[in-house]
Design a protein around this ligand. Structure first.
Ligand code: RIB
Length: 299
């Protein structure tokens, strides 16, 4: 049994700024950093660091950005044989990171947009062996739907990080074992504007009503809310001084999947995911900031 992560891979071009630029504003930034990113790849790297064996299914262009990304995954001992290499440019993310840790991201999907349902079908043998399948929304939504169907057929736990926010096909909810929106994403999915925990609970219940089995609304510095048929439970935040929140959601999802894979309960898994995500925000960059298991065990 294994964890399979399916999703995007980007090269992140990061500029540190005092404050995020307003529309029409030019700001002079500080350091410029290039780092491996992409929500799918960040989650694959985080699973590798927190859990060990992971397969990453992705579409990465035949360019030097793509070559570098794949080498980085190999350095992390990620199984890359399910990665397709179309004759396309690889995904690029332009990221501003402000002094307060907040960010602003625009992604050119490039080859990520070519990850198709046929690619999922082609990986059926590996997906049959998966106990957990983890994905996000930087790849075509029809591919996500096929993945969810395949996971359900094979009795794998399907974990969906609905980021970036977008509308989902109705049929996807009932195939989703765990969904992990942040407040913005939960609002996009449910139409409920979240101003406090009561709204978060209403949004989570709405997701359960749509067919999801476990809804976890991540609330940034306010922790997380776990909602199941048995009821709702608030998980306390971990207080840290955030330097860069890029990739924190990815670390959360991967840590959650890793803990579930180890057989922890949903509550224990959310607690672990909160700790891992909090630690990731204390360092710069998406993949460079992802913690290793021994760092969390040492805390
Ligand atoms: O979640 C953070 C990621 O979003 C970045 O690494 C960037 O590539 C975008 O995909």
């Amino acid at each position: 049994m294994s964890i399979v992560v399916v999703g995007s891979a980007n090269t992140d071009l990061v500029i540190q700024v005092d404050a995020l630029p307003e529309p029409g504003e030019t700001v002079l930034g500080g350091a410029f950093v290039t780092a491996s990113g992409g929500k799918g790849a960040n989650q694959a790297v985080a699973v590798a660091r927190l859990s060990g064996a992971v397969q990453f299914l992705a579409s990465i262009g035949r360019d030097h950005f793509g070559d570098d990304l794949i080498q980085k995954y190999r350095d992390e001992s990620i199984d890359t044989h399910l990665i397709q290499r179309p004759d396309q440019t690889s995904g690029i993310a332009m990221i501003y990171v402000a002094k307060n840790g907040q960010n602003s991201i625009a992604v050119a999907p490039g080859s990520n947009a070519l990850l198709s349902p046929a690619h999922i079908d082609g990986a059926e043998a590996e997906l049959k062996k998966a106990s957990i399948v983890l994905t996000q929304l930087e790849i075509p939504v029809e591919t996500v739907l096929r993945l969810a169907e395949t996971a359900a057929q094979n009795d794998a736990t399907f974990v969906l990080d609905p980021a970036p926010a977008q509308a989902l096909p109705d049929g996807l909810y009932a195939l989703t074992d765990v969904i992990t929106p942040n407040e913005t994403e939960a609002t996009a999915l449910t139409g409920i504007s979240i101003k406090g925990e009561r709204d978060a609970r209403r949004a989570a219940e709405s997701l359960l009503h749509k067919g999801v089995k476990n809804a976890i609304i991540t609330l940034a510095e306010k922790g997380a809310l776990l909602c199941t048929e048995q009821g709702a439970q608030h998980i306390d935040p971990v207080a840290v001084k955030a330097v860069d929140t890029t990739g924190a959601g990815d670390t959360f999802n991967a840590a959650l999947a890793s803990a579930l894979y180890r057989g922890e309960s949903m509550v224990q898994a959310v607690v672990f995911a909160n700790r891992a995500a909090a630690l990731s925000t204390t360092r710069l960059g998406a993949q460079p900031s992802i913690p290793f298991l021994d760092e969390l065990q040492a805390e």
